[in-house]
Write a protein that binds this ligand. Sequence first.
Ligand SMILES: [Zn+2]
Length: 170
Amino acid sequence: MKIETQQQTNYESSAVKIDNSTMLQGQKCLRAQAAIPKYIVIFSFHGEVSSERTRTSIQVAENYHIEAGDFGVYTNHSCDPNAAISAHFNAETLCATVKLVTLRKVRAGEELTFDYATTESTLTSELLNKLCLCNSSQCRKIMLGFNQLTDIQKDKLIEEDVVADYLYAT
Ligand SMILES: [Zn+2]
């Protein structure tokens, strides 16, 4: 998904706050404090990229990653998420702007999630093939990057226009 505004200021919606996760015991989450409409930017941040993937980085280009930032780090994975990441990578400055955008109306009290397989070609060993606890009807049961999905799973995400283009564009 591409959201065309490329403003470089950091932004965090007042409609969400960091809270204890209900989905993941002992972990934090980003929770909606009020109903949030579809296609609303939840947070946006700008920063330098790194060639290293970490437990808390978000992939922004084929070989580049950015640390998820104060709010991003609490955005947990779901196989049926209510939000998606939109990243703009600048190859000249080696900086990126990352936004979390709602994919549907989010109810008050819901945890904000995105599908890690829509940004990450693979996951770090701490996450890859670990049990997924998203509990959605679409759950893949284990944590995967885009490269580990079946062709049917890849095609579904591409059709929904939620996959970063560096993961599949030729
Ligand atoms: Zn799942």
